[in-house]
Design a protein around this ligand. Sequence first.
Ligand SMILES: [Zn+2]
Length: 357
Amino acid sequence: MPALAPWLSGTAAAFSAALAAGRLPGSVIITAASGLGVEALAAHCARLFLCQSRAQGEACGACPSCQSLNLHGTHPDFMAALASTREEAQQGHDLTPSLSAAVENAGLASLDTGGQARAIRIDSLRALSGWLREGSAMGAGKVALIANAHLMAAQAANAILKTFEEPPRGTLVIMTAKGLSSLLPTIVSRAFKLQVPLPARAAALEFLAAEDPARAAVALDLAGGAPLLAQDLMARGVDLGARDLIASLCGAINGERGQEMAFAAKVRELGAADHGRTAVMVLSYIIREALKAKAGGAAPALLGQAAPVLIGLRAAALMAAHGALPALMAVPPQQDPRAPLAGAISLINTLVEGKGQ
Ligand SMILES: [Zn+2]
């Protein structure tokens, strides 16, 4: 069984204690920020619930249920509804019946700046609800996972309300979400609620165990303190790209020769693999931090020498620039190579208008 990341263990223990004490209602909501590995935690909880001979709050690893998960990564009594990617939605595949696929796919919305995660389909939830009402194949209950439950539209959530009102015996619905506010109050009130804490910065940096601590610090800043997201950003070199992006943006605002083009090139480079999403994430972070620093907060180390330049801009210009960020993603770069460039220049112009006299 894969070991849980250290910051997930407390939440796992709380689930395990409630399960052992028979205090678990028919549904559990686990809230967590992106990049904390909530999918792995949900899989851990499902595995524990389905185990036929739990001991000391751990799945045994040897019963038919655990074996099914260990050998095949699937289980006849486990099903997941996931918010699908655009591609999956087009193909109509957003009900994935396997645990391994659930864990793999649930990482989809880890960077949700661009709203790429799609709503959970009402058909998927109806199918899931109907499936829960059928008997358990292995006789140890059933688990339905609704990953990114905050993406359930109210209409879709209503379709499964009956399942929450009268959960079939021995079934558990596990929902993961960014927060509780976008879930129907009826669903929230009936569920056992768990929240994954953000690990302390020192612990997160220790987990990243990077050869270059400065890179790890930058990635962790960009990831909002979430270590798995930081790891992903480092693997993609986003932290290094972000430094260059900030330097060229600062140069462009100062009117330095060639920096406009350098900035546009960096935007395109950072966003090449994901239609601009990463570039927008980084720029959104920079602008939000500059606004916070204007309001008296400390500027993160990542801003470096650009900090006074960005903080010196008028808040209205920073906010306008932030509002214009989605334009950088509007056109996939491969369709029109000039599009992100135009967006980048327009962004610089918006910021330059915010310069003081
Ligand atoms: Zn077992």
